[in-house]
Design a protein around this ligand. Structure first.
Ligand SMILES: *[C@@H]1O[C@H](CO)[C@@H](O)[C@H](O)[C@H]1NC(C)=O
Ligand SMILES: *[C@@H]1O[C@H](CO)[C@@H](O)[C@H](O)[C@H]1NC(C)=O
Ligand SMILES: *[C@@H]1O[C@H](CO)[C@@H](O)[C@H](O)[C@H]1NC(C)=O
Ligand SMILES: *[C@@H]1O[C@H](CO)[C@@H](O)[C@H](O)[C@H]1NC(C)=O
Ligand SMILES: *[C@@H]1O[C@H](CO)[C@@H](O)[C@H](O)[C@H]1NC(C)=O
Length: 352
């Protein structure tokens, strides 16, 4: 699958792929989906190895994500993603056999681990993985000239791992959860200097916001999160920092999946519209002042409100919150990934 036009390289029929119809026509999409499906059914072969060896691709995950152990026994890529021939392992003793080695920036940054001192062995690729924004990624310059591929929320990553996406799923019914509150926000790390905190305080002068999460000593248990926030008409999907493509579970899970209209603060509206339809969300930049935003929310009528859910006629939310699934994406993308690539300045790339 081509990476052109900003479409994710190796994801299924997502919203961003479907918007490509405008350029390439419906037949292209059907063809692409078909190719993608037949492609998924094939086992993966490392081009550097002969067909006769018939071995699967081995992906060595150097660090447990955020230090949490994951159970990779069985064949998670086959079970979860119908991807055959994709072996995931934590076993560093298999380093010499690994086709791909994945390093999580969080572990590098916290000096919990470091890559082997030697370079990747011939044909092996090193992947730099991060789900955090550039503002929360330190020490990037240490890794100049080390990694072959990137794996992040950025659409121009070699392996694109968004926090979620809209997948094609036509539906006659648009279900909107029953509402008893106006605006909610879940926040675990509140720093009063952050832009999102300032905006929240400003907004609170005009409108009542119910705040949940550790920062407000009202943590929600995982099973309580969606039922609680789905009762609100609007959700403050404020990102912790503003960066291209940095659109997290605050949008996908807390808003769209919960059925609460997202009021987003993050990259510009045009960037959001590369992920979701423009009428599915409210962007804080759409208003000249915080008061105008508050008035818009306070005076919203039912018919206007329902329009925010039109996307549900064509799409469903797919969360990408499973680490095994993310790692399996590497095998899915593998055949189309660039050869001979090195990130000479990770920092320059990530901040661009
Ligand atoms: C390759 O592996 C698959 C699955 O293990 C097996 O069914 C197939 O016969 C093998 N092909 C060759 C040429 O060895
Ligand atoms: C890991 O997953 C496998 C397969 O799903 C399961 O059989 C096994 O009990 C799990 N092990 C642990 C420690 O959870
Ligand atoms: C919040 O309000 C203050 C004072 O009116 C203003 O200076 C600031 O720019 C506002 N910040 C945000 C993020 O809305
Ligand atoms: C609802 O609000 C929209 C937008 O503000 C407005 O155009 C429309 O006339 C309103 N509908 C009713 C029934 O009040
Ligand atoms: C991968 O990156 C290393 C630098 O760590 C570089 O020496 C090597 O040529 C790259 N390999 C490939 C196949 O791109």
């Amino acid at each position: 699958m081509s990476k052109g036009m900003g479409a994710p390289a190796c994801t299924m029929a997502s919203y961003s792929m479907i918007t490509m119809k405008k350029f390439a026509g419906a037949m292209f999409l059907l063809g692409a989906v078909f190719l993608n499906l037949t492609f998924l059914a094939q086992p993966f072969h490392n081009p550097s190895r002969t067909q006769a060896q018939n071995r699967s691709l081995m992906v060595l995950i150097w660090d447990w994500p955020y230090g949490h152990a994951l159970n990779l026994t069985g064949d998670p890529c086959a079970t979860l993603c119908s991807i055959k021939g994709c072996q995931l392992t934590w076993n560093r003793n298999l380093y010499n056999q690994a086709d791909v080695v994945v390093f999580h920036h969080w572990a590098l940054q916290h000096r919990r681990s470091r890559p082997p001192a030697s370079k990747p062995h011939p044909g092996q690729k090193w992947v730099w993985l991060s789900l955090e924004s550039p503002s929360h990624s330190n020490d990037l310059a240490r890794w100049d000239g080390v990694f072959n591929w990137t794996m992040t929320f950025r659409r121009d990553s070699d392996i694109f791992i968004p926090y979620g996406e809209l997948v094609a799923q036509p539906s006659d019914e648009v279900d909107i959860p029953e509402k008893s509150g106006l605006v909610s926000w879940v926040i675990s790390h509140y720093h009063h200097t952050q832009q999102r905190a300032q905006l929240f305080r400003n907004l609170s002068k005009y409108i009542k916001v119910d705040v949940y999460g550790r920062a407000n000593k009202k943590p929600l248990c995982p099973a309580c999160l969606l039922p609680t926030i789905s009762k609100y008409k609007f959700y403050l999907a404020f990102e912790n920092s503003v960066h291209r493509d940095y659109i997290t579970e605050k949008l996908w899970r807390n808003s769209l999946l919960a059925g609460s209209v997202p009021v987003v603060m993050g990259p510009p509206r045009a960037n959001y519209q590369q992920f979701i339809p423009g009428d599915a969300f409210i962007h804080v930049d759409d208003f000249g002042s915080v008061k105008e935003l508050a008035d818009f929310l306070l005076t919203m009528n039912e018919s206007r409100y329902q329009r925010f859910f039109e996307w549900k006629r064509s799409f469903a939310v797919k969360l990408y919150d499973s680490w095994p699934e993310r790692f399996c994406t590497i095998c899915q993308c593998f055949p189309s990934l660039p050869q001979g690539k090195v990130y000479h300045s990770l920092e320059k790339w990530f901040w661009s």
